[in-house]
Design a protein around this ligand. Structure first.
Ligand code: BV8
Ligand code: ZN
Length: 239
């Protein structure tokens, strides 16, 4: 599978993974745009926005609560675990668009959550922000200060957290190898990261059962799933 780039992998000091919803699909979390798409019932492009939230906070919260329940019951799969295990052999950074926390749960220690976290809840007004893993009795949940709480995720039209985004660019610009795993590369600016890596001369590899707009510019594009493919990496880098 990786023969053509085995020596690049072996020599690499820093390996960066850009991951999307596809890497969590084998943990039972539906992707966004796939046939099992999360957004079958709702149009997430409409719901994952500030306007939708202020227009109908209860509906947006019902959608997030449904996702939180599923995510909080999910386990990391072989793809997440392999990326965490690679830290024993290489410098590894994970730049994830996912909000499910599964990379951290699998043991990855350097994770950049580009689009925030569904587990962390923050106030829309005061500086309250906490990891909350329980269910809310009423929706939308209200802060002690009397204002509505929201998931600490980045909605469409919102900026990515500045420190996380600049850190991610720095990692893309300084890696030897970048894996692009389980993302349709439909969302900006996260979809720029493989371009930065390519410009910095890194070897870029894609793992996705479907083609993406960048498949042709990859050094290697593997038409398969992450839980199947990623574990093979360990046998190469642990030699
Ligand atoms: C910003 C958190 C700037 C919330 C998410 C026109 C109008 C309005 C906006 C825009 C526009 N054009 C461009 C924009 C910008 C917009 C954008 O990119 N829109 C797109 C959709 C056109 N971006 C933004 O708004 C961003 N902010 O640009 O701010 C700014 C500047 C100044 C001032 C103010 C603002 C913010 C984007 C973040 C949005 N939040 N999520 C939530 O989750 O509820 S995005 C959401 O999509 C998720 O984070 C998700 O990760 C992300 C990307 O999707 P993918 O992860 O790629 O998932 P997808 O389902 O698409 O693909 C899955 C892939 O996996 C598939 O390819 C499939 O084949 C593959 N797969 C399936 N199974 C497997 C697999 N692969 C491997 N193994 C498997 N088993
Ligand atoms: Zn508050």
């Amino acid at each position: 599978m990786f023969e053509s780039i085995a020596d690049k992998l072996y020599q690499a000091k820093k390996i960066v993974f850009v991951t999307g919803a596809g890497i969590s699909q084998e943990s039972g979390i539906p992707t966004f745009r796939g046939k099992d798409g999360l957004w079958r019932k709702y149009d997430a492009m409409q719901l994952a926005t500030i306007d939708a939230f202020y227009e109908n906070p209860k509906l947006v919260w019902e959608w997030y609560e449904e996702r939180r329940k599923n995510i909080l019951a999910a386990k990391p799969n072989a793809g997440h675990v392999t990326i965490a295990d690679l830290e024993k052999f290489k410098q590894v950074r994970v730049l994830t668009q996912n909000i499910d926390g599964l990379h951290q749960l699998a043991g990855s220690s350097q994770v950049y959550e580009l689009h925030g976290s569904i587990i962390t809840i923050k106030c829309t007004v005061c500086d309250f922000k906490e990891k909350i893993t329980g269910e809310f009795s009423e929706l939308p949940p209200i802060c002690k200060c009397g204002n509505i709480l929201r998931p600490d995720v980045v909605w469409f039209g919102e900026q990515l957290p500045q420190d996380v985004w600049s850190g991610a660019i720095m990692q893309a610009n300084s890696c030897n190898v970048m894996f692009v795993v389980g993302t349709s590369l439909a969302v900006s600016p996260a979809n720029m990261l493989p371009i930065y890596a390519k410009q910095n001369g890194a070897t870029i590899i894609e793992v996705n059962p479907e083609e993406t707009p960048m498949s042709k510019s990859m050094d290697l594009s593997i038409r398969s799933t992450s839980a199947k493919v990623l574990p093979e990496l360990l046998s190469i880098v642990s030699k």
